[in-house]
Design a protein around this ligand. Structure first.
Ligand SMILES: Nc1ncnc2c1ncn2[C@@H]1O[C@H](COP(=O)(O)OP(=O)(O)O)[C@@H](O)[C@H]1O
Ligand SMILES: N[C@@H](CCOP(=O)(O)O)C(=O)O
Length: 326
């Protein structure tokens, strides 16, 4: 479910009249996604995605997100490119919501991650970081280490009902992560995606049948943070098998392909284990909070926080970066 705001044909036609995109040919709501309302749009000029930004996105931040996507697309990265209306403005309003049209990307996201996805993903992440180097506006990570304590506090009352002993375990693990977190200035910083999960990476089959990245989407958690933290997010999201086992071969392929674009510094390589623990903590906490805050019967499917407890435990026990595939 991800159409929270309905758009009438009439409102859409009036909205589209501001753009040089030709006549509306087809229009349908996209069921996937959780944050915003997305519509697939076909006009005389081609295929587009119309997004109406819902309550969880702060409208003040939208120019930063759209500016980053515009910058990355101009650098040749395959990501949604915001489309400007005739007056040069991409961020507009529709049905009482901030709204924007972006280019539609071909491909599908992998429902089942395979070893062959790892190298193209690593390369795409490296390219994203390289392409973002010229984008200088800063957006602090609202879900970075300083947010984890307050988020854990908000889960304190109900967390142990999800799993007995959970809150005490997270208190201990969070304290250890924060104590080992890299000092400011120790690692390279840049624009990161921060949520590059399989559902945000589209693939097509290349000429040899191997998957090729056809697009990266959903930049609405993007921020200015440690580049290597983005790798840690990807290892969390892509390197585990459905049975919970860490696939070190797949992780190695991801890391090696990334490093062909941007080699890691020695400090980044050494910090990888704590960055992976931090990324596991971040997704565990947001899932735990959503798990407790989402009322029964809500249309959004809740994501399992305990999947990330298992990942956090794995990273806490792993010995060094080599055990993670570096
Ligand atoms: N530029 C795009 N090109 C093609 N499909 C897109 C594009 N943007 C979004 N989508 C589709 O919309 C779905 C939800 O988008 P997403 O940005 O993940 O939403 P949310 O932020 O609400 O989670 C995606 O899974 C994809 O099917
Ligand atoms: N990737 C996060 C949830 C964010 O959802 P998205 O649909 O905006 O990518 C998680 O798995 O917890």
């Amino acid at each position: 479910m991800a159409v929270y705001t309905e758009v009438t044909d009439e409102a859409l036609r009036t909205f589209l009249a501001a753009y040089p995109l030709g006549e509306l040919v087809a229009f349908r709501g996209i069921a996937e996604g959780v944050e915003n309302s997305n519509y697939a749009l076909k006009t005389g000029s081609g295929d587009f995605v119309l997004t109406l930004y819902e309550k969880r996105v702060d409208p003040v931040e939208l120019p930063w997100f759209l500016g980053l996507m515009e910058h990355l697309a101009a650098q040749g990265l395959r990501c949604p490119q915001p489309v400007k209306a005739r007056d040069g403005v991409a961020l507009r309003e529709l049905a009482g919501r901030p709204a924007a049209i972006c280019t539609f990307l071909p491909g599908v996201w992998p429902r089942r991650v395979r070893p062959a996805h790892a190298a193209p993903l690593g390369e795409a992440l490296g390219r994203l970081h390289a392409a973002s180097a010229g984008f200088h506006a800063v957006r602090p990570n609202g879900l970075g280490p300083s947010a984890w304590g307050p988020l854990l506090d908000r889960c304190r009352a109900g967390g142990d009902a999800v799993q007995p002993g959970l809150i005490a375990e997270l208190d201990g693990k969070l304290a250890a992560i924060l104590a080992a977190w890299p000092a400011t200035g120790a690692l390279p910083v840049g624009q990161i995606h921060a949520d590059l999960f399989p559902d945000n990476v589209f693939f097509l089959d290349g000429p040899d049948g191997r998957p090729v990245v056809s697009g990266l989407i959903d930049f609405y958690f993007a921020c200015t943070d440690l580049l290597a933290y983005d790798i840690a997010v990807c290892l969390n999201a892509w390197a585990f098998e459905p049975d919970g086992a860490y696939n070190v071969t797949r992780a190695h392929a991801l890391l090696a392909a990334y490093q062909r674009v941007r080699p890691l510094t020695a400090a980044e390589a050494a910090a990888l284990p704590v960055l992976c623990r931090g990324a596991a903590m971040r997704f565990l906490l947001t899932r735990l909070y959503d798990w407790m805050a989402t009322p029964p019967g809500a249309l959004v499917t809740r994501k399992d926080p305990l999947e990330y407890l298992a990942k956090l435990r794995f990273f806490a026990a792993a010995e060094g970066s080599a055990a993670l595939g570096l």
